[in-house]
Design a protein around this ligand. Structure first.
Ligand SMILES: Nc1ncnc2c1ncn2[C@@H]1O[C@H](COP(=O)(O)OP(=O)(O)OP(=O)(O)O)[C@@H](O)[C@H]1O
Length: 338
């Protein structure tokens, strides 16, 4: 199911929560809505679900206007961070819920429901938990069950609002892979809200970067990361050093023991080992600027152990200048289209 968001706006009082958004989500795509808190991601998702009215614009599902259709007419499945499971129902009954509440003429038989729920439990690899209650399963399991519940009614569109937000880093990582695999199998058009750039870059086919109720850029993870249209996207997608109005990512800073090319001396302030990455804070001696370098294992091995207080030579090889870019190549003014 392809989705078109056409010039959609939504105000809360004076506040423009969604400001003239245009977006096309192709059928079968895994799209991440990425942006800081308050940028309008949840509001946009709720409008696609039919849970929030539009002030203006249209929402089309496969070219048919769904703007005024009710939630239950939309065949959407949701998984929200706080969309808790029904506490008083077993895992089985939670998953079966959407099927059991269907109108009589559409409702599958008891046997069909049982078979379907067990298929889904097998699919999410939690068959052994069918008789448990939500309080007896882990947070990660709860979100898998919530996904099975959403899938039970065979939605055309899957909407996920920070579904892993409340989980610890390791479980979140596992569920990212798991969800991506599920998407590969089912190919349901999926829209995933997150404020975590790593999560969006890792999972999505398409990233829609939002800020202040607007779409700032859409593209593949590689496009938005390598060709950000402005400073906001560049900053939002990763760590950044700002050097006199220009920018460089820490992993693009090169460090050497001896002077080379346009390198400058710098003093090591802190060294952090983060898994296989070494993050080093330095001060530039000639300009007294604090900056950060990030080395992978290989680069760190080349330069050798670095300790606080040592002096090294650093080079900013790829400074990005957005003012300059805008002067030579104006940003596209037209509405963004995937
Ligand atoms: N029902 C409402 N009434 C008034 N203001 C609202 C309402 N819902 C959302 N807003 C405001 O609209 C803006 C966008 O909210 P939204 O929840 O869409 O942002 P978000 O990008 O999803 O943020 P977060 O990541 O924090 O959830 C925010 O400033 C929010 O306070």
């Amino acid at each position: 199911m392809g989705i078109t968001i056409e010039k959609v706006s939504k105000n809360f009082g004076e506040y423009k929560a969604i400001n003239n958004v245009y977006l096309e989500i192709p059928s079968g795509d895994f799209t991440a809505l990425l942006g800081p808190s308050g940028s309008g991601k949840t509001t946009l998702l709720r409008m696609i679900a039919g849970l929030e009215n539009l002030d203006s614009g249209r929402i089309l599902f496969n070219d048919t206007d769904y703007t005024n259709k009710a939630v239950k007419e939309r065949r959407v499945g949701f998984v929200f961070q706080h969309y808790a499971l029904f506490k008083h129902m077993s895992v089985f009954d939670n998953i079966a819920f959407g099927l059991k509440v269907k109108p009589r003429h559409l409702r599958p038989s008891k046997e069909e429901i049982k078979e379907k729920v067990y298929d889904l439990l097998k699919f999410i690899q939690l068959e052994h938990l069918a008789e448990r209650y939500p309080s007896q399963v882990s947070g990660g399991q709860k979100q898998r069950i919530a996904l099975a519940r959403a899938l039970a009614v065979e939605p055309d569109v899957l909407l996920l609002d920070e579904p892993f937000g409340a989980l610890d880093a390791k479980v979140r990582q596992e569920l990212r892979h798991w969800l991506r695999e599920i998407h590969e199998k089912l190919k349901i058009t999926t829209i995933f809200v997150t404020h975590d750039q790593e999560e969006a870059l890792e999972m999505a086919d398409t990233i829609v970067v939002m800020n202040e109720g607007k779409v700032v850029q859409t593209g593949t993870p590689e496009e938005v990361y390598r060709r950000p249209v402005n400073e906001f996207v560049y900053r939002f997608l990763g760590r950044v050093n700002e050097v006199n109005g220009r920018y460089i990512r820490p992993h693009e800073v090169s460090l050497k023991r001896a002077p080379l090319g346009e390198s400058f001396p710098a003093k090591v302030v802190h060294v952090h080992f983060i898994g296989s990455t070494v993050r080093i804070q330095l001060t530039r001696l000639d300009e007294d600027i604090l900056f950060e370098a990030e080395l992978n294992e290989e680069k760190y091995r080349e330069i050798g152990p670095i300790a606080k207080g040592e002096f090294v030579y650093a080079q900013f090889t790829k400074l990005v200048d957005f003012d300059f870019q805008q002067k030579v190549k104006p940003l596209p003014q037209k509405e963004s289209v995937l």
